[in-house]
Design a protein around this ligand. Structure first.
Ligand code: BES
Ligand code: ZN
Ligand code: ZN
Length: 501
């Protein structure tokens, strides 16, 4: 059993979310959608404003130059008879082009403008309740880190009340709420510095969260890893004084037809090891466990939602450090299951720990095996920082990429490259962990991983090096730093798989 005393040193703040038939009497402001009409802004009917109030708000909005374009936030005084002191209108753009993603992004922009308010009531759910809930929760999210009393950077709105039908909308609301909570857990884990999140503490935190949601938990520490032959995980972890772990979580619902195995890279800090990284931006490597955080948050949410699909999570956790015991270029290691790798570059460590995990996950003969990892800088060269690369079995690959785009987590299918088979060969081991040129680094990593996937298993690999951690500006409902990608893709896929025979 994991040590239950580990907890996250800080959590991101996010508002309490409620679904209610009527707006509460004590609300500070109301948040309504506004559309981009051909002749200026258009204010759709809202359960929060009667006809006279609606006309008054539209007059005010027009007077201050609001247009209704997507993401535009305008605040005007509340008209006579409306609850609260102000009305905040968020643009949804051209109604003809309205999608869930428009609503999520607009809700995210609106949420950031609500900073400091106690309670806000909204009719944004009229254009998609789940999208509005996710957009508000994820846009309002604010991680303030670990502070000794120094001033912080803003408190998000305390509570957001979505006005809707408490019977008809209850399920969609609850699913969206739990989904956003999962994204936020993944963000909190990724945002936690490696001083506080290392394999032992990380395993303890995940174990506690998972047990509280009714999952079965197993944590293997170094002795058990050595006994069972997890040579990849041990090799990457051997240069750190904080030893590696393998966390296994299992969700077994009462009814299930399919089994999905999820695997996530959990490098709690990636210095590169002996093939050390340059100093510039190395602090971002606290995010190198983003794959495992997304997988842990996904399986915990699946349990909370009682999804009728069996799920296993296999999370190899290690810290990649250079010390006297560290792995060297030229070393040969033996993975779980017996395949050997020649180490060319110790900074290509993610694939080494994932290799062991993929073999272990394959032993359960899942219908689908999906891994996700902040695996290669090449992913960002190929697809930019917001779009994940998806590789593997063609059908599953294409399905995951499409699901990702559907939920607002952009993803794109990439090919496996035949010419790289040759580049995988080593003179001293079964395969080597890096290839001798700069081309197709994301594809080479996927090819390496493919050697560890059990015979006949449908497999996909999602490279989230860029999408998991936002080092540029805030946009839509995506804050700086951890994004929580691809939790929403995985939950959407699992909900679909639960319906399959
Ligand atoms: N964790 C990195 C990949 C990464 C880079 C993630 C930047 C997020 C932002 C990974 O372990 C790595 O260093 N990969 C190397 C592989 C290479 C040595 C074959 C890379 O991509 O450069
Ligand atoms: Zn690395
Ligand atoms: Zn890494």
């Amino acid at each position: 059993m994991a040590n239950p005393t580990f907890t996250l040193p800080a959590r991101g703040a996010t508002p309490e979310l409620k679904l209610s038939k009527k707006a509460p009497k004590s609300t500070d402001a109301i948040l309504v959608p506004v559309l981009l009409g051909e002749e200026g802004p258009e204010l759709p009917a809202s359960p929060l404003l009667d006809d006279a109030a609606l006309r008054a708000v539209l007059t005010s909005l027009t007077a201050v130059g609001a247009t209704g374009k997507a993401g535009e936030v305008t605040r005007v005084p509340a008209p006579e008879g409306a609850a609260g002191t102000s009305v905040i209108a968020v643009g949804l753009g051209d109604p003809e082009e309205l999608t869930d993603e428009t609503v999520r992004r607009a809700a995210g922009c609106a949420a950031r403008s609500l900073t400091g308010l106690k309670t806000v009531s909204t009719s944004l759910g009229v254009f998609g309740l789940a999208a509005a809930v996710e957009g508000i929760a994820l846009g309002a999210y604010n991680y303030r880190g670990i502070r000794g009393g120094a001033e912080d950077n803003g408190t998000p709105v305390g509570k957001v009340v979505f006005v809707g039908d408490t019977k008809v909308d209850a399920d969609a609301f609850e699913t969206a709420r739990v989904t956003a909570e999962a994204v936020i857990l993944a963000r909190d884990l990724v945002n936690t510095p490696s001083s506080h999140l290392y394999p032992e503490s990380y395993a303890g935190i995940i174990a506690a969260e998972a047990e509280a949601s009714g999952l079965e938990v197993e944590v293997l520490a170094e002795k058990a890893l050595a006994k069972q032959g997890y040579g990849g995980i041990l090799a990457v972890g051997q240069g750190s004084s904080r030893g590696p772990r393998l966390v296994r979580l299992t969700w077994t619902p009462k009814k299930s037809k399919k089994t999905v195995a999820l695997v996530g890279k959990g490098i709690t800090f990636d210095t590169g090891g002996i093939s050390i990284k340059p100093a510039a931006n190395m602090e971002n490597m606290i995010s190198d466990m983003g794959g495992s955080a997304a997988v842990a948050a996904t399986i915990i949410a699946a349990a909370k939602l009682d999804l009728p699909v069996k799920i296993t999570a296999t999370l190899p956790l290690a810290e990649n450090m250079p010390d006297g015991l560290a792995l060297r270029p030229g070393d040969v290691i033996t993975h779980y299951g017996g395949v050997t790798s020649e180490i060319i570059n110790t900074d290509a460590e993610g694939r080494l720990v994932l290799a062991d995990a993929l073999v272990r996950a394959s032993e359960d003969k899942p219908d689908y095996l999906i891994d996700t990892a902040t695996l290669t800088g090449a992913q960002m060269v190929a697809l930019g920082v917001r779009t994940a690369g998806v590789l593997g079995s063609e059908e599953l690959r294409d399905r995951i990429a499409a699901t990702g785009r559907d939920v607002g987590e952009p993803a794109w299918a990439m090919p496996m490259l035949e010419e790289q088979e040759e580049e995988l060969k080593s003179p001293v081991a079964d395969i080597r962990n890096a290839h001798p040129n700069r081309w197709g680094g994301m594809e080479f990593a996927a090819l390496y991983l493919s050697r560890f996937v059990g015979e006949g298993i449908e497999w996909a690999h999602v490279d989230i090096a860029g999408p998991s951690y936002n080092t540029s500006g805030v946009h839509g409902y995506t804050p700086k730093r951890a994004t929580g990608v691809p939790v929403r893709t995985f939950l959407a896929l699992l909900a679909e798989v639960a319906q399959e025979d």
